[in-house]
Write a protein that binds this ligand. Structure first.
Ligand SMILES: *Cc1c(COP(=O)(O)O)cnc(C)c1O
Length: 381
């Protein structure tokens, strides 16, 4: 069932929902606690709603997103499980969050005040998670603001304006399991929870660990772990963990065009590549607008009929070219092309694209564009 923005998708991202459910169980088993699974940014490009339904069915204790709008969209899609949103601006519509029973993670007294005011307008109690900055120095209540925040929180809590759902912090160096910053950040979260308890506010769910920490530091798991990328089967710490995660997304297209090119001909913009000999090339109809990084020009491989072929010349907005060799490799127009997948068959992976372009596979999967149809297998969603 494609969830496409048009009827002319030339590429598909097939998402294996059974792999997503499997990965959730693996993360929970390794960490020894429940999972608050992160489905921000459209489920890391996999499609937030089908992924969210799968995760809730598979036993996730909650879902996490960045924006209130993302959380409300999950509710509108029928997700009844706890959803926490943690990134706001002064314009964020907290009333819509309270109306949808979305848990709002607050990072300052200003945000708390805005949530309290929204709760008063609605005549309801807001569900709140306290996000503590224990050393990431990004989101979360900053250390110098903490005492005043606790006081303000105590007043709002005593007045029934807020109910304390959770307490959270985010690790700066979770992908370095031995980094002492992880222990310092965990200690900071413990101290913050003690401060909240002291004013009579007991968080139901304390969470710190992202995917790399969930995989390597079960001692920092608190009540739940909060992985994103691992849910999608990508392992950010392969040197430290051999957990059996299955990449959920396979990106495919079809050969658009096959043609002969003579020796010495330049291929694609700028003629940065010239065919060293007479050869046959295939046009692959996805490009950087679809999430194939232009930096992969001349460096990516694709799988066609079980064989690898190399991209040549510049990757364009909508398409790129691969060299099929002088005999054309038996490839014909319409043949299926795998751009990346699980890698189980030795084929290309999102990780390989990330390594070749000096980034992380998070950026690869979240960058798959809106012209690519999301297709779901392996589940009821
Ligand atoms: C994105 C995010 C996560 C998930 O991180 P992964 O590295 O993908 O596991 C967890 N917590 C917060 C606050 C985040 O922003």
């Amino acid at each position: 069932m494609p969830v496409s923005t048009g009827t002319t998708a030339l590429g598909t991202a097939t998402v294996d929902l059974a792999a997503i459910a499997h990965n959730l169980r693996v993360l929970s088993d390794v960490a020894g606690v429940g999972v608050l699974a992160v489905v921000k940014a459209g489920g890391y490009g996999h499609g937030a709603l089908p992924v969210a339904r799968t995760l809730v069915d598979a036993g996730a204790v909650g879902l996490g997103v960045a924006h209130v709008g993302e959380a409300v969209a999950l509710r509108e899609g029928g997700i009844a499980a706890p959803v926490t949103a943690w990134l706001h601006t002064p314009d964020t519509d907290f009333e819509s969050a309270i109306a949808a029973d979305v848990d709002v993670a607050v990072s300052s007294s200003r945000q708390l005040d805005a949530v309290v005011a929204a709760a008063a307008r609605r005549g309801e109690t807001a569900s709140v998670t306290v996000k503590v900055d224990t050393g990431m120095n990004r989101g979360g209540v900053a250390a110098p603001e903490w005492p005043a925040f606790v006081e303000a929180f105590g007043r709002a809590h005593a007045a029934g304006a807020v109910r304390l759902h959770g307490a959270m912090a985010h690790l700066a160096c979770g992908d370095e399991p031995e980094n002492p910053a992880n222990d310092e950040q965990a200690a900071g979260l413990r101290a913050a929870v003690d401060d909240l308890r002291r004013i009579g506010a007991q968080p139901e769910l304390v969470h710190l660990a992202n995917t790399p920490a969930a995989l390597t530091r079960p001692d920092l798991a608190f009540d739940a772990v909060r992985p994103g990328i691992g849910v999608y089967g990508l392992n950010p710490v392969p040197r430290h963990s051999t957990a059996d995660l299955i990449p959920a997304m396979t990106l495919r297209t079809q050969v658009s065009l096959v043609k002969q090119v003579s020796a010495g001909s330049g291929i694609s913009y700028g003629h940065t590549y010239r065919a060293p000999a007479d050869t046959v090339v295939a046009v692959i109809p996805v490009g950087y607008a679809d999430g194939v990084p232009r930096l992969l020009s001349g460096r990516l491989r694709v799988r066609i009929n079980g064989r690898d072929f190399t991209g040549v010349g510049r990757i364009c907005m909508d398409q790129f070219v691969v060299d099929l060799g002088p005999d054309g490799g038996g490839v014909v127009e319409g043949d299926e092309v795998t751009l990346f997948g699980t890698g189980a068959d030795g084929g290309p992976t999102a990780r390989e694209w990330a390594d070749l372009t000096d980034t992380i596979d998070y950026e690869i999967v979240t960058g798959i564009g809106p012209r690519i149809a999301r297709v779901y297998t392996g589940g009821g969603a």
